[in-house]
Design a protein around this ligand. Structure first.
Ligand SMILES: [Cu+2]
Length: 653
């Protein structure tokens, strides 16, 4: 039995203690000369570039932010699951379909775990995947354009938390449900949860050339909470590991009722076996509503398609596919080392880490030595699969990353520290405080066979006194550690936007050369593109008016429009004719109730304006594009609804 109240008291006590008495500089031994040495380590001189791109999830911002390492400079916010007035994402006609779901249009979400696509277990820098936690979705960001290219909704899922992690050849991006729910959803008493609710683990295939996603199958598991996951790699490629909590299947006051069992499980899923099963016709197609939203760089537009069914698999029908490994103290993170030999379970109410051996797991499965079953799925004996325990001396382990040199780094939320330990001997080598209450840590390439073990970032939940106060709301804090030596060294703090729940990073040398600079105007296939200024025009269809507009430094074509009437619905389809890197133009129309636009060179975007009052109303470019940017403006004359003034448009007349 868990001594719940004891842990709660210890937990609160530890947080207060650390918050009140922490070493404010993080490293008393590196003051003076050593501190200035640290400054050099993070200093990227003006005009020089960072060594790594880091992609931070934005948590409740729904987005992803891009930072440079080691400088901590923010380069871009990429809108993913949230409307973004800065550039019109989710407001423009072209991008609104990206946020369609089976629940309708949803303007935001909670983005958690980014992961970068892989080839042969190494980061290939083609795509970044990230989960929408609240309304379950997985997004794919194209790392050529740093734009969201695709979003697929995940049905039968809720609190899409154990997502989005990628297999070593990007065969699948995997999404596991945190909340078990009735499958299919139906009206039933909540108290009948136990035995009736189910947890779906979704394997979403990624097309090798295009990256296009499709739900290959959903594994319908017992009604536990599936918290985090990681793929096997190397020798364990073909397996996927998921932590569970609430194996008690409590439906209320989980902080007590889901902490009753001394051990929950890590579920080991042989996805290759299930893939084979479904390819031979196994599984059951069931009705489900979920959207698949795809953006095209050719039409500069997204489409949203409602899918109607999904293939489900009952794991008890596929012998040898799913096993449970008992793991102490409500495990949170599950991580696999770069060679794929070890699976690390972090019991978040524990002091010790539990390390399982993949070889021992296979031997136990082959020997059919089980410790009972749960809902028909075999439970392996803890002692049979255990490789070792890291006696850390910390409290509240959450997540582990690896440096590729045989060391592991585990974050401890309650004792607020990062602990470095040796894979294989399980001995603790070093520990450093974090400020404060660290969640995930991240090493570039940390979820791959080839980490780049130079820096570690801790992503801290509490900022408090690290920066100048900004009222009650503080941005979360990231801390950068140099991990090249035996001992970790805290070298930098920087704030991050939203809740940077997790992050993924990659050497700039892989991404930067592939980064797209413009969209070619000649290849623009947007149906409302104005590819030549001679095509600029205004077309009326009842009370709907389409403005085909072009923009180039420093004017719009046309810039005078007459014949618009009160009650019209005016679509501005605007094409940026620039073909130079870093020359977007913006567009804002007075009184428009949606958003402005930021239009990249060669791109077409559309916004809608519904004039309510007669008059002469201006629009202008919002991006300071040239010395004559202030001259980049125009007027629309709006006449009464009963007016018979003809439509006309002009430039320079
Ligand atoms: Cu401009």
């Amino acid at each position: 039995m868990k001594k719940y109240s004891f842990y709660l008291v210890t937990l609160l006590g530890s947080v207060l203690f650390l918050s009140g008495c922490g070493d404010q500089n993080g490293n008393a031994s590196s003051n003076g000369a050593l501190a200035s040495n640290n400054a050099e380590k993070v200093y990227v001189a003006p005009g020089e570039h960072d060594e790594f791109y880091a992609f931070m999830s934005g948590g409740y911002s729904g987005n992803v932010t891009v930072y440079g390492l080691p400088s901590g400079r923010m380069f871009k916010e990429i809108p993913v699951f949230s409307q973004f007035p800065t550039n019109g994402y989710g407001y423009s006609e072209e991008t609104k379909p990206m946020l369609e779901t089976s629940f309708g249009f949803i303007p935001n979400d909670d983005s958690h775990h980014p992961d970068i696509s892989q080839t042969n277990g190494e980061l290939d820098g083609r795509w970044l995947f990230i989960n929408g936690n609240n309304t379950p979705r997985i997004a794919r960001i194209d790392l050529k354009t740093f734009e969201t290219a695709e979003i697929i909704e995940v049905p039968n899922s809720a609190g899409n938390h154990s997502s989005s992690y990628i297999t070593e050849n990007s065969e699948y991006v995997v999404a596991g449900t945190r909340f078990s729910v009735p499958i299919p959803q139906r009206d039933m008493p909540i108290k009948d949860y136990k035995g009736n609710f189910k947890g779906a683990l979704s394997f979403i295939s990624v097309a090798p050339e295009t990256g296009h996603m499709d739900i290959k199958f959903q594994l319908i598991m017992p009604g536990f909470n599936y918290d985090l996951s990681h793929p096997g790699r190397g020798k364990s490629h073909g397996w996927f590991f998921f932590t569970t909590y609430n194996t008690e299947e409590a439906n209320s006051l989980l902080e007590v009722n889901a902490s009753q069992n001394d051990k929950d499980f890590i579920a080991a899923v042989n996805w290759k076996k299930i893939e084979e099963y479904v390819e031979n016709g196994g599984g059951t197609m069931v009705p489900a509503n979920y959207t698949h939203n795809l953006y095209s760089d050719e039409t500069h537009s997204a489409t949203s398609t409602m899918k109607k069914e999904v293939l489900t698999v009952d794991p008890t029908k596929v012998p040898g596919a799913v096993f449970f490994m008992p793991t102490p103290k409500s495990p949170h993170g599950v991580d696999v080392n770069p060679t794929g030999d070890y699976i690390i379970g972090n019991g978040k109410l524990s002091a010790d880490l539990t390390v399982f051996s993949f070889d021992k797991m296979i031997a136990a499965i082959d020997g059919k030595k089980y410790d009972g079953e749960a809902y028909g799925l075999p439970i392996l004996k803890f002692e049979d699969v255990l490789a070792g325990q890291v006696k850390s001396g910390g409290l509240g382990p959450l997540h582990t990353e690896f440096d590729g040199k045989g060391n592991a780094y585990t974050t401890f939320f309650i004792s607020s520290e990062v602990v470095k330990w040796k894979v294989g001997t399980w001995e603790v080598i070093d520990r450093k405080p974090t400020f404060y209450s660290v969640g995930h840590c991240m090493i570039p390439g940390g979820n791959s066979a080839k980490p780049f073990g130079k820096y570690l970032i801790s992503l801290n939940k509490i900022t408090k006194d690290r920066y100048l106060p900004t009222g009650p709301e503080l941005e979360h804090s990231a801390q950068l550690y140099d991990i090249t030596g035996d001992k970790m060294e805290l070298i930098y703090d920087f704030p991050t936007h939203g809740e940077p729940h997790y992050a993924a990073a990659i050497p700039a040398s892989i991404l930067a050369p592939k980064s797209q600079k413009i969209y070619k105007l000649a290849e623009n296939e947007h149906p409302f593109a104005t590819k030549s200024v001679s095509d600029a025009r205004v077309v009326r269809d009842g009370n709907v008016v389409h403005v085909y507009m072009a923009m180039i430094r420093s004017h719009f074509t046309p810039d005078n429009i007459e014949g618009i009437k009160v009650g019209d619905k005016v679509y501005f389809h605007i094409t940026n004719h620039e073909q130079d890197f870093d020359v977007p133009h913006g567009f804002m129309m007075i009184g428009a109730t949606n958003s402005g636009l930021l239009i990249m060179p060669g791109q077409t975007k559309t916004t809608v304006w519904e004039p309510k009052q007669e008059g002469v109303w201006p629009f202008y470019c919002t991006d300071f594009c040239s010395a004559l940017h202030q001259e980049m403006q125009g007027y629309v004359r709006v006449s009464p609804a009963s007016s018979n003034i003809d439509l006309s448009w002009s430039l320079g007349e």
